[in-house]
Design a protein around this ligand. Structure first.
Ligand code: GLU
Ligand code: ZN
Length: 308
């Protein structure tokens, strides 16, 4: 096997400001990929023009800058890349179809998704499976669904171990483009990971149900896919509740180097990297260098991280 360059990425959707949870994901992927001598890219996943706002993209990029989390390449914005995604949608037309069903049409017909995951992540709440009412209808100009293969397959996750999934049974025919022409996350992310040569994906566990589908879509598009996946455990607070956008909505404040240093220290602590207690007194760059030099993926194993 030929080895290709090590490239990781942080791909936030600018639907809000950076918070401790998303910062932790950024720090983990940054330190991990840099500890292997790789490059780290930032990509703004703003295809969802209803939920994403330019002011949040600006704020996220400003925070990353203040924290010393600098992209090694040009920062791409998915909202500027619609033509690229359309080319691949065209390429996938033999295995996709238009669908006019509304949520209401499906209310009493949805097929429950089958989760192939172990107990620790079974509460990821998979949406129901689409019952393929439009599969043979020859429609046009409606949302587009892609037929995912009905096969049980697996990938190796560097944190979660071997992950099995059958995308036809866990996700069904996913929408890749909506009625309003919005390209869906699963397609845009897969294409960009392929085109940017991403070799290592480290991201939140909530996205793991998409991974087998993304591997399939990459192959169908004739694009390379990441060789290594790491799905970080969900962050928990002291009461064992998930730190999500809802209960961790507070935007982080990186306006001074001291604040940035404290945040990086908190992120490394949440990631079980055990930074020495005086480390936070150093400038952000020194904390990140410590994080890179001492990075240990083994410390991420286990059901939960955090207890902040
Ligand atoms: N854009 C996604 C999010 O902010 C992350 C995508 C990914 O890392 O694959 O939730
Ligand atoms: Zn339909």
């Amino acid at each position: 096997m030929t080895t290709r360059p090590i490239v990781g990425r942080f791909a936030p959707s600018p639907t809000g400001h950076l918070h401790l949870g998303s910062l932790t994901t950024a720090v983990a992927s940054f330190c991990h990929v840099k500890s292997m001598g790789g490059d780290w890219l930032v990509r703004i996943e703003d295809v969802d023009f209803e939920r994403c706002k330019p002011k949040f993209a600006t704020s996220i990029l400003n925070d990353l800058d203040n924290l010393g989390l600098h992209s090694d390449g040009t920062i791409i914005f998915q909202s500027h890349r619609t033509d690229i995604y359309e080319t691949y949608i065209h390429q996938l037309s033999a295995i996709s179809y238009h669908c006019t069903c509304s949520r209401k049409d499906l209310a009493n017909h949805a097929i429950p998704a089958v989760s192939f995951y172990d107990l620790s992540i079974k509460d990821l709440n998979l949406a129901p499976i689409y019952p393929r009412f439009c599969l043979h209808k020859q429609l046009s100009n409606n949302k587009i669904r892609l037929c995912l293969p009905d096969v049980l397959s697996a990938f190796f996750d560097g944190i979660q171990g071997v992950v099995w999934d059958n995308p036809a049974k866990s996700l069904g025919d996913v929408v890749i483009k909506r009625q309003n022409n919005m390209i869906n996350y699963i397609l845009a992310c897969t294409i960009d990971d392929g085109l940017q040569g991403i070799s290592h994906v480290m991201r939140g566990l909530d996205i793991m149900p998409m991974t087998i589908a993304q591997l399939c879509i990459a192959r169908l598009c004739g694009l390379p896919h990441a060789d290594y996946f790491y799905h970080l455990p969900l962050l928990m607070n002291q009461d064992g509740q998930k730190l999500s956008k809802q209960n961790l909505a507070t935007p982080i404040d990186t306006s001074t180097p001291d604040k940035a240093s404290d945040l990086l220290f908190q992120a490394l602590t949440l990631l079980n990297q055990n930074p020495p207690k005086d480390l936070h007194k150093n400038p952000p760059a020194v904390i990140l260098t410590w994080g890179i030099n001492h990075w240990d993926n083994q410390r991420l194993h286990g059901a939960t991280l955090g207890a902040f």
